[in-house]
Design a protein around this ligand. Structure first.
Ligand SMILES: Cc1ncc(C[n+]2csc(CCOP(=O)(O)OP(=O)(O)O)c2C)c(N)n1
Ligand SMILES: [Mg+2]
Length: 616
């Protein structure tokens, strides 16, 4: 007879999670780095009690905001190149809904995270319970159905034995390189507490290994033919290169064939910035070195990228009408985009096989030489905009220069929203793979500090530097207190331009009046003068406002030595951004307006749209 153990559904869940392992560099480790939890009536008695039972093997962490704790979990997975991940549990209602934005972020960025929101009573006896949103026409709908479109796998557990197939399916999704993303198991409150005789075998230790699918022979042959016919080949390195830890294979292929490489936001740091064939950022926020090549390229080997509009310049950047795109991706959905020749494979395996099959073939030397020369030109441009200044209101680029000089490339630099992503994509000189952590799939304001916390949990020995605007800071800063509480030191550089600077610039570029972005342009009785340093200090951080670029560099040198989270605030200019590099981005301008500036912007917009390729 099968040996069984009588547990509640929640106890079975936490016991199972604690027994899932992985192997990294020969070391066996729990695949779940822990569980983030904010309790309420929807999870405290069930999941809360069950987490307490396993607290030594599966640590529970308390946060201040459910969205933020999920951001930390997601950043943890990203910093671990998806090899380890976390779960996040909330109560029902607002706590659960607070995690939906984070689920979407994980979905866009293809990152594994296990969401465990509480749900209403399966028996429906006490309905409507506190925080239950009743559906007038559908008795089976709860607010957790909001997770469906942003989950790779969704399930609602309405009987205790359902957790067995649900967790098996969850693990498959979380560890599959192609399917990988958020999994939501909505846990009915009464069922969390219900007991069942679970088979003991369900709790046997299990070691998960990374799957690396190799390319199909036919697809590989077609890709080789296409590449060998190229005279102007270009590689786009996306986040998939990092997730697959394929930097070595990428460098080998690029060097062997003399193919220049450019990087998306997600793929930046695939090669170190100083690699001679790394043209660095491509697209809307790209370098002139990369974008010049992108305009001409006849074969584009797109590796591990979703080809989002910032990469393709809204499909106006790649101007060679005879171009072929090779979609090297572990996910067929991405591999086949824009009529690409699909090459469905793990990045490391695919690049290695492609490199071998090229068999010594090389791109024309003139193309490669032209690329390396373009890079030197770009570096000279970048050096100018990041140089030190005495200006009272420095640009974001000048602050980036200071951070780079003070901290080097040997840190993990994190950002997500505002003007910083574009500036950092162009200008940050990344070091080792993963040292540049951009959340630019969803560009979620408020990811930065919570994300930094997750990175620090994954990489406790690394210096984690978070760069953030005043807008993002005000949206979600509460996990500064958590970072202090957990002894997880972050260095946070806060650029205060007194409003939503990048959207104000976009508004001006589309002919709009300065309206509702900078604080001074928003309806107000009193113009806010926010003391960010005092605010950060009140949460327990070491905080300082600096008044110059030189002052920032001095403060950063001290911050490096600090063992507690340090927040450095600097006033910046909201109107300046780096003009060098870059390409057009499709943001629809009104067709009619009483503003002549809008009409002029629309005429320019119509002209630019002519450059867009449709369908290919
Ligand atoms: C949650 C969320 N809401 C709105 C936006 C749209 N948005 C992008 S950047 C931005 C302003 C960010 O302001 P700040 O952090 O101060 O950076 P700045 O633009 O000033 O550099 C806004 C509103 C977003 N990306 N995320
Ligand atoms: Mg701002």
């Amino acid at each position: 007879m099968t040996k069984t153990i009588r547990l509640t559904m929640a106890q079975a869940l936490t016991r199972f999670l604690a027994r899932q392992m992985t192997e990294i560099d020969g070391r066996k480790l729990p695949i779940f780095g822990g569980v983030w939890a904010i309790f309420g009536h929807g999870n405290v008695a069930g999941v809360g009690e069950a987490l307490y039972q396993v607290r030594d093997e599966l640590p529970t962490f308390r946060a201040h905001n459910e969205q933020a704790m999920a951001h930390a979990a997601i950043a943890y997975a990203k910093a671990n190149f998806r090899r380890r991940f976390m779960a996040a549990t909330s109560s029902i209602g607002p706590g659960a809904l607070n995690m939906v934005t984070a689920a979407a972020l994980a979905h866009v960025n293809r990152l594994p995270v296990l969401f465990l929101p509480g749900d209403v009573f399966a028996n429906r006896v006490p309905d409507p319970v506190l925080q239950q949103v009743e559906d007038f026409s559908d008795g089976t709908t709860t607010i957790n159905d909001c997770f469906r479109p942003v989950s790779r796998y969704f399930d609602r557990i309405t009987r205790p034995e359902q957790i067995i197939p649900a967790l098996n399916r969850a693990m498959q999704v979380l560890t599959d390189p192609a399917e990988c993303g958020p999994v939501t198991l909505a846990l009915c409150q009464d069922v969390q507490a219900e007991a069942f005789d679970y088979p003991e075998s369900f709790f046997a230790e299990r070691v998960w290994h990374q799957r690396r699918p190799r390319p199909d022979r036919g697809e590989l042959a077609a890709a080789v033919v296409a590449l060998k016919a190229a005279t102007k080949p270009l590689v786009i390195a996306g986040g998939g290169v990092l997730y697959s830890q394929a930097s070595g294979e990428l460098a080998k292929l690029a060097q062997g064939a003399g193919i220049p490489v450019c990087e998306t936001q997600g793929g930046k740091s695939s090669l170190p910035d100083d690699h001679p064939l790394n043209m660095a950022a491509v697209g809307v926020t790209g370098t002139s070195a990369a974008n010049r090549l992108a305009e001409e390229a006849d074969v584009v080997l797109a590796v591990g990228t979703r080809l989002q509009d910032f990469t393709t310049g809204s499909w106006a950047l790649f101007k060679n009408s005879g171009k072929t795109i090779i979609g090297l991706n572990v996910q067929p959905f991405d591999a086949g985009k824009h009529q690409a020749l699909p090459l469905v494979t793990d990045a490391a395996e695919g690049l290695a096989e492609l490199g071998a099959a090229l068999n010594g073939w090389q791109a024309p030397a003139a193309w490669t030489d032209n690329a390396t020369k373009g890079k030197k030109d770009w570096q000279a441009e970048a050096g100018k905009v990041t140089a030190s200044t005495n200006a009272a209101y420095p640009s974001d680029a000048q602050v980036i220069g200071a951070v780079q000089r003070a901290m080097g490339s040997d840190v993990i630099l994190l950002h997500a929203a505002g003007g910083l992503p574009g500036e950092l994509h162009k200008l940050w000189q990344a070091g080792a793979p993963g040292s540049y952590h951009a959340e630019y799939g969803f560009s979620t304001m408020g990811y930065e500090i919570a994300g930094g916390l997750g990175v620090k949990m994954a990489k406790p020995d690394e210096e984690v530097v978070v760069m953030i605007g005043d807008g993002s800071y005000l949206m979600l800063n509460s996990e500064i207190a958590t970072s202090v509480m957990l002894g997880l030191k972050l260095t946070i550089v806060l650029l205060d331009n007194r409003g939503y600077g990048c959207i104000n610039r976009l508004q001006m570029a589309t002919g709009g009046a300065n309206f509702n972005n900078l604080l001074k342009d928003a309806r107000h009785e009193i113009l806010p003068d926010i003391d960010f340093a005092a605010h950060a200090a009140s949460l327990g951080a070491i905080a300082e406002k600096v008044s110059s670029i030189a002052g920032l560099e001095t403060a950063l040198a001290q911050a490096k030595k600090n063992t507690r989270t340090t927040v450095l605030v600097i006033d910046t200019d909201p109107l300046v951004s780096t003009e060098a590099g870059g390409s057009w981005w499709d943001v629809a301008v009104p067709e009619v307006s009483t503003r002549p500036q809008v009409n002029a912007a629309r005429r320019a917009y119509d002209e630019k749209r002519q450059m867009q390729s449709v369908g290919d």
